[in-house]
Design a protein around this ligand. Structure first.
Ligand code: SAM
Length: 186
């Protein structure tokens, strides 16, 4: 079901969706398993798609930790709400556009975030939009906040280095296509 929705959406809007199929659960585990979950009180997920990371975020975060889940596609956002917010959980909040992250956090009274997790397809975006989103992530994070994301190339490293004090990358084969994981610290 998730794969079919994903493929349909990719056919409609290949640039925005960015991949033929959801990421593997192994990639989600690789990105999430070493984060300091106990210290997190406010986090965000950008480009949640059909929820391969969302599911593991909900399993790993403490029940009190509030999570803003951002997905621009209406059907995918609807599916995420059905799957993970039914009945509604007070600590999950849904929104649409990563480029409005900072403004959204002000509207919902979130303090600076501990961590942002991204599945956004930056490689398909115009340079202006890439920068706008990275600026939003940077100013939404607290002083030692963490930004973790994946891409299929290293092309985002230069831009991330402009904003973050450290940017580490690693290559991960257990995904289609294999992916680079970026771990950034503010
Ligand atoms: C490559 S998919 C990743 C989905 C999921 N995280 C995964 O790894 O399977 C990228 C997702 O980002 C969403 N997206 C693209 N641009 C966005 C934007 N500006 N704001 C919010 N979501 C966006 C797409 O709709 C798509 O669901």
């Amino acid at each position: 079901m998730n794969r079919i929705l994903f493929l349909k959406k990719f056919i409609d809007e290949p640039k925005k969706i960015g991949s033929l199929t959801p990421s593997s659960k192994f990639l989600a585990r690789k990105m999430l398993q070493n984060l300091p979950w106990k210290n997190f009180s406010h986090i965000a997920e950008l480009g949640a798609g059909t929820g391969i990371f969302t599911e593991q975020i909900i399993e790993r975060k403490s029940p009190a930790c509030k999570c803003l889940i951002v997905e621009q596609d209406f059907s995918m956002q609807h599916l995420l709400k059905e799957k993970y917010n039914n009945p509604p959980r007070s600590n999950l909040i849904f929104d649409s556009f990563a480029e409005d992250l900072y403004e959204t956090l002000q509207e919902i009274n979130f303090p600076p975030l501990d961590c942002v997790i991204s599945g956004l397809p930056f490689a398909n975006m115009e340079k202006d939009l890439q920068r706008r989103i990275i600026e939003n992530v940077h100013c939404s994070l607290k002083r030692d906040g963490i930004f973790v994301m994946f891409q299929y190339s290293l092309q985002m490293k230069k831009l991330l280095n402009e904003y973050f004090s450290s940017v580490e990358t690693s290559f991960f084969l257990l995904n289609f296509p294999p992916a680079f994981v970026y771990l950034c610290k503010k």
